[in-house]
Design a protein. Sequence first.
Length: 219
Amino acid sequence: MRKSEKVKFVINTLNELYPDIPIPLNHKDPYTLLIAVLLSAQSTDVRVNKITPLLFEKADNPHDMIKMSVEEIREIIKPVGLSPMKSKGIYGLSKILIDKYNGEVPENFEALEALPAVGHKTASVVMSQAFGVPAFPVDTHIHRLMYRWCLSTGKSVVQTERDAKRLFPEASWNDLHLQIIWYGREYSPARGWNLEKDIITKTIGRRSVINDYFKKNKK
């Protein structure tokens, strides 16, 4: 199967499985999405979605957030991990949003990535999900599946993003990156993987990955 055929197969399969795509992180506007994505670093969406209501009850905008201390923020977000860095980032970016952007989240990559604790992936999620700008944020699921599907080398998330943007039509990026995340969680996880349920990898997957699967699961 040629790479272009693999790409078409991936898109068609994911559109059938996920015609309506849920957003993993609960939020109500660009600011709460930015905070939720920041909190999700090296954590899970489930855990973040349990903590953000507690945080946003006290502060769901930058003006209220800076009324809290870094220590108060940290105490609330401890369960998501990396709370010292994340609490400083949340306080710091909230102050910058007030001082430089009238309390609004800027709608461009450069400004977002200049904010404390905001990297390229976080900026990409916000640009994609909050503002509808084409982006392809790469998380662990996308990185794993692009390798399994022989669509990227798996050497780095930077390379995976570059390959995804080159292979998939730009108009599909915002939906596709979410569809791949859901597919990875439900059908092609890192642990407890059942190849028989993973129709995409079973059809177009990297031969070495499939062979390794059978070696590990040989009865």
